[in-house]
Design a protein around this ligand. Structure first.
Ligand code: WTA
Length: 654
């Protein structure tokens, strides 16, 4: 399990470096006494109720938690609205003219939306959605680059109680179509294009292709982002320009819908262990409680801070920590449209200097790329405004952690490594920067109110010092409630392996002091540059190509991305083209089926795949070959010669 780190984990557990918060940081931190852990443990429901009081409720709840495995309801009977909590309540205070979103486009254009501005735009968008017949409960898909309209659209959906499903702009038309069909979307919001490294991502064109197989969609709203750089065909009757419709809505106010705490806020698709992505459904009350609390306490965002999370809103990190968490807190959230190396490799540092960013939340993959590019790029800029750094998405190796602290944080700021998932909605295992003594590479401890454990195959807790499966033993407010349209899969996937306990799919170890060290996935899910991609999804994309008979996909260690995709394929008998040409074609094919993030790094064409006598592909052996290890046990292999021949071909190509 967890191939990348098991080898080195014992070294990790001997990590000697420690970093404690400075007195100054501690004194100012939102939480600075360890008593908070004990308070939460003594009375979890009371603790969560206290956290929930930070939100504005139209009607109070009558029960904190109703738990009937695997169905959770939080703040039962409570009524609220997410857009009200992110906007209206701030507009009534001094925050009215505070920047809610500071946005920088890749070409260097800039927009700053105050809470009042955002409130106005969201209202106009909500009115527009209503005009196109979107009602409470209808689903809206949002397929945009990182522009303010993305946030406006999400909050407009939340305002009228229409669950949104944001699809990452890097996904292909096929992937978009699958998601739209699965959640039976009524209206799609997209743009004429998005900027990426100076090129245009043809979003609208992709939507046109996707919608050929999506009969439920009646309307497409098109944001004019790339201006006159490209002309997109508009389907009369179906497609409408966003700016015209927004103008049409004038200064309309749309009362925020009074929604049940358990009303669906959004559906977000993520890869699992089957070929079909699953739509995790998040609801309103508990999700906001969890994301707001962790924004306030782990990221320690204060009213005086300028905060930047570099994730794309197409992933859960952007949902929770660009939009809902920071905005419900009344924070200033920075958004950047483009690539970190455009026009040069110092773009992030230029942004930090320009806006005097105080809190930065990014991913290990990005940090490893920065390390590789060299410290001369951050050195070009004044980064002294930074007072807290965070990371998320994959295990961070201690070298990258220490580099981040030293070269970006000036060796003086805390680094919070936060473990969580699309399913958890909120950070679960993470330091409290005013309390926790940090060890580089460790996500440290479960947050107050969160009960994690590490168990063996039979669900028995493993003593400190050992490793096993990471599980969560008590429900938490921001947890997903189900898989959209597939409650059985929700139960099977997460709650049956260890009955009544949530199985994360990750492996982890705990050192003698109880620090958690996350090892990575133990299932057939890869983590490529912080993006989850199922091996089955990749394999079905490969076998959908006419030339491919069978495919097996594994993750191989990668210096920057953490993991890279390696595919072993066998061809149909009538395929005679040169392998080199075919390999390029297959890489392109996978990109078209899923998106550029899924493009295999290596494809090996082999005569056969190693299989057990019951015809199961032995991925373990493929991994051993790819990593150049001595082969494991091959006695269960139907034909042991297969391995030798694959190995030879692999080595030839390396
Ligand atoms: C991995 C992203 C180690 C883990 C928020 C998890 C991490 C998956 C960390 C979820 C971390 C996330 N340390 N591994 N700090 N954070 N992961 O759903 O394998 O895109 O199960 O959510 O990323 O990925 P997802």
């Amino acid at each position: 399990m967890a191939d990348d780190r098991t080898g080195s984990i014992d070294t990790l557990l001997h990590e000697e470096r420690r970093y404690s918060p400075s007195q100054e940081f501690k004194a100012a931190a939102r939480w600075n006494s360890p008593a908070i852990y004990e308070r939460a443990q003594r009375d979890p429901d009371g603790f969560w109720a206290e956290m929930a009081k930070e939100l504005d409720w139209f009607e109070p709840w009558n029960k904190v938690l109703d738990w009937d495995v695997p169905k959770a309801q939080w703040f039962v009977g409570g009524k609220l609205n997410a857009s009200y909590n992110c906007l209206d309540r701030h507009v009534k205070t001094w925050r009215k003219n505070k920047a809610a979103i500071i946005w920088e486009g890749e070409p260097g254009d800039e927009r700053i939306l105050t809470y009042q501005d955002l409130h106005r735009e969201v209202n106009r968008c909500a009115a527009t959605l209503q005009r196109f017949g979107v009602h409470q409960g209808d689903r809206v898909a949002i397929y945009l680059g990182m522009i303010p309209e993305l946030v406006i659209a999400m909050l407009a959906c939340a305002r009228i109680g229409a669950p949104h499903t944001v699809v990452f702009g890097g996904f292909s038309p096929d992937a978009l179509s699958d998601r739209i069909q699965d959640s039976e979307v009524k209206l799609v919001i997209t743009a004429d294009g998005a900027w990426r490294r100076g090129n245009i991502v043809p979003l609208k064109e992709n939507v046109d292709r996707a919608l050929k197989t999506c009969p439920s969609v009646r309307t497409v709203l098109v944001v004019n982002r790339v201006m006159n750089a490209t002309r997109v065909p508009m389907d009369e009757g179906r497609d409408h320009w966003w700016h015209r419709e927004m103008d049409h809505s004038g200064g309309t106010c749309v009362e925020p819908a009074v929604l049940d705490s358990e009303h669906p806020l959004y559906i977000l698709y993520t890869s699992g262990t089957t070929g079909k992505p699953k739509g995790l459904m998040h609801t309103t009350g508990g999700y906001l409680v969890g994301t707001q609390m962790t924004s306030a306490t782990v990221l320690d965002i204060k009213d005086t801070d300028t905060y930047w999370c570099t994730a794309d809103i197409g992933w859960v990190t952007g949902h929770s920590y660009i939009v809902y968490g920071p905005l419900s807190l009344g924070a200033t959230s920075v958004m950047y449209e483009g690539a970190p190396d455009h026009p040069d490799k110092d773009r992030f540092w230029a942004i930090i200097e320009k806006y005097k960013i105080n809190v930065l939340y990014t991913a290990p993959t990005a940090i490893r790329a920065f390390m590789r590019w060299g410290s001369e790029f951050p050195l070009r800029h004044d980064l002294s405004s930074l007072r807290l750094l965070g990371t998320v998405g994959e295990p961070i190796n201690p070298e990258a952690w220490v580099w981040y602290r030293k070269h970006i944080g000036g060796d003086r700021v805390p680094v919070v490594d936060t473990w969580w998932q699309t399913e958890t909605g909120m950070m679960m295992i993470a330091p409290l920067p005013g309390i926790t003594e940090l060890k580089p590479g460790s996500a440290t401890f479960p947050l107050p109110g969160i009960e994690a454990d590490i168990v063996d195959d039979r669900g028995n807790s493993i003593p400190l010092g050992g490793g096993g499966y990471l599980v969560l033993k008590r429900p938490w407010p921001a947890m997903a409630r189900t898989i959209w349209g597939d409650p059985d899969r929700w139960k099977r996937q997460y709650w049956d392996r260890f009955p009544g306990i949530y199985f994360t799919g990750d492996g982890a170890k705990r050192d003698k002091e109880g620090y958690y060290w996350i090892l990575g996935r133990v299932d057939d899910v890869l983590n490529i540059a912080g993006h989850r991609i199922g091996t089955m999804e990749l394999e079905s994309a490969l076998v959908s190509h006419d030339s491919v008979a069978e495919a097996a996909v594994i993750g191989i260690p990668h210096e920057i991305k953490g993991q890279a995709i390696a595919a072993f394929v066998t061809l149909r008998a009538d395929e005679t083209r040169p392998h080199k040409e075919l390999i390029e074609e297959l890489k392109k094919h996978v990109t078209e089926r899923i998106g550029a993030i899924a493009r295999p790094d290596k494809i090996f064409i082999t005569a056969e795949l190693p299989k057990t006598r019951s015809a199961k592909i032995m991925r373990r052996l493929l991994r051993d070959i790819a990593e150049g290890h001595i082969l494991g046990d091959t006695t269960t292999l139907a034909d042991p010669n297969v391995i030798q021949s694959i190995k030879l071909q692999y080595e030839e190509r390396e």
